[in-house]
Ligand binder design. Structure first.
Ligand SMILES: *Cc1c(COP(=O)(O)O)cnc(C)c1O
Length: 425
């Protein structure tokens, strides 16, 4: 028995799917202790959009550490935080018409920025209820967990998860039903039994929920519904943001203006913990320190986040590259579906948040373990863990992308063949 099995809590999960000890990582590649190399299609569940140990970010961090820059700073003013705020405002917020927003540094996890958003929405509107959507994932601390759909996670809460009303996400009831018409009807009826919500929290692409995509039209209607019923619109862009769908925010092309946006995962760009809540200035009704936290000043993360924004978002080249690669991956996945299971498999997702839905979780698990046997790290998502999810670093080379997709195609072929054999025997 190794030290992990002996001494690490049973809570460990990803390591069970990928039972090797890693020692190094660079770009889209992981290296095992036995020098075995793996292509990383998990990328820290979307935390490593710019790859492992990105050299530009690493140099900036080394320089900062060598000069004895602050590591921890509570929420004190530091050079590093100043540069981050300036660069984020100039390169991200202002060009996107969000120059009037302020940035709240929350505790360093995505869940904590969701907690902050929910608390502030409830405080500003003086109401308790929040609307979240079927299959949504917003984190596992109590407030965020109440908005999360996943039963496995909800079951661990140990307390009542309340003050949230679930509505059907885009497409949840099939193509023919407009889920927002249903929601509008419920909110317009004073006796529907739904307490007037303070806010709606939504992902534009449900990362953990199975790569369900909200259409631009649905998001625009949702925004209108929020205005009509005086609810705040919170977009949880923790996984879909930071370039994953081909633009910095996942909703940029939709022409909507959320009241609050949560960001974390790839925000630091280096895998360092960092989370923020971006909010319209007039909603910033916090008293000083009302939602505090010891690790709101991770200055190393400010340094790498600043370097990431400067090097990837100063012009449109990186976004165009992501869009080009997304097209390439989509085409390859579509051809896998055509060849391996045109009647049972389906491509899902948007941008480089894309994958293949299987009829069941067993097939998806078999695909992932076959892929791992050929050195591709890839995971599933979805209500039944039925979606094989490609979440490669956005900086991956075409060569790596193609070899990973070759492995994936082989894994699908093997898993489908096995399924047919099992059914026949
Ligand atoms: C990962 C994730 C969270 C939670 O972030 P943690 O850092 O794990 O707390 C919340 N929302 C979305 C959409 C996520 O993908």
């Amino acid at each position: 028995m190794n030290i992990f099995e002996q001494n690490e809590s049973a809570i460990r999960s990803y390591c069970r799917s990928f039972p090797v000890v890693f020692k190094q990582a660079k770009g889209a590649e992981l290296v095992g202790r036995d020098d075995e190399r793996y292509i990383d299609f998990l990328a820290g569940a979307g935390t490593l959009n710019y790859g492992h140990n990105n050299p530009v970010l690493k140099q900036a961090l080394i320089k900062y550490i060598e000069s004895d820059g602050l590591t921890h700073g509570l929420d004190m003013h530091t050079d590093a935080k100043e540069s981050f705020l300036e660069v984020f405002k100039r390169i991200i917020l202002e060009p996107r018409g969000m120059g009037d927003c302020v940035v709240q540094f929350t505790g360093p996890t995505g869940s904590n920025s969701v907690e902050a958003a929910l608390k502030l929405a409830r405080k500003v509107k003086g109401r308790r209820n929040i609307i979240s959507f079927t299959n949504g994932f917003h984190g596992v601390t109590t407030g965020a967990l109440a908005c999360t759909g996943n039963q496995h996670h909800r079951g661990a809460a140990g307390v009542t998860l309340g003050d949230v009303t679930r509505m059907p996400f885009d497409g949840y009831m099939g193509d023919k039903m407009n889920t927002l018409a249903y929601m509008d009807k419920l909110l317009s009826d004073p006796s529907s039994g739904i307490d007037h919500p303070a806010a709606v929290i939504v992902e534009t692409v449900q990362g953990e929920g199975g790569l369900n995509v909200a259409s631009a039209d649905w998001m625009r209607r949702l925004e209108r519904l929020c205005r009509k019923h005086d609810m705040l619109l919170i977009v949880d862009d923790i996984q879909a943001g930071c370039g994953r769908t081909g633009s910095f925010f996942s909703f940029e092309e939709m022409g909507i203006k959320p009241d609050m946006v949560t960001l974390s995962k790839s925000l630091s760009g280096y895998g360092l913990p960092l989370a923020v809540l971006v909010l319209r200035k007039e909603l910033d009704q916090w008293e000083p320190g009302e939602h505090n936290g010891t690790f709101r000043g991770n200055n190393h993360a400010f340094i790498t986040a600043t370097a990431a924004i400067e090097s990837f978002w100063s012009d449109t080249r990186f976004a165009q590259e992501v869009q080009r690669k997304a097209k390439l991956v989509r085409e390859r996945l579509q051809s896998i579906v055509q060849r391996q299971g045109p009647n049972s498999l389906r491509v899902k997702g948007r941008g480089l948040m894309i994958g293949i839905e299987c009829p069941d979780g067993d097939l998806a698990a078999s695909v992932c373990s076959r892929a791992f046997a050929r050195n591709l790290v890839i995971e599933t998502s979805g209500a039944h863990s039925q979606v094989v999810k490609c979440l490669c670093p956005l900086t991956i080379t075409d060569e790596q992308l193609n070899s990973a997709l070759d492995i994936l195609e082989g894994a699908f072929a093997g898993a489908m063949a096995e399924q047919i054999e099992t059914a026949a025997s």
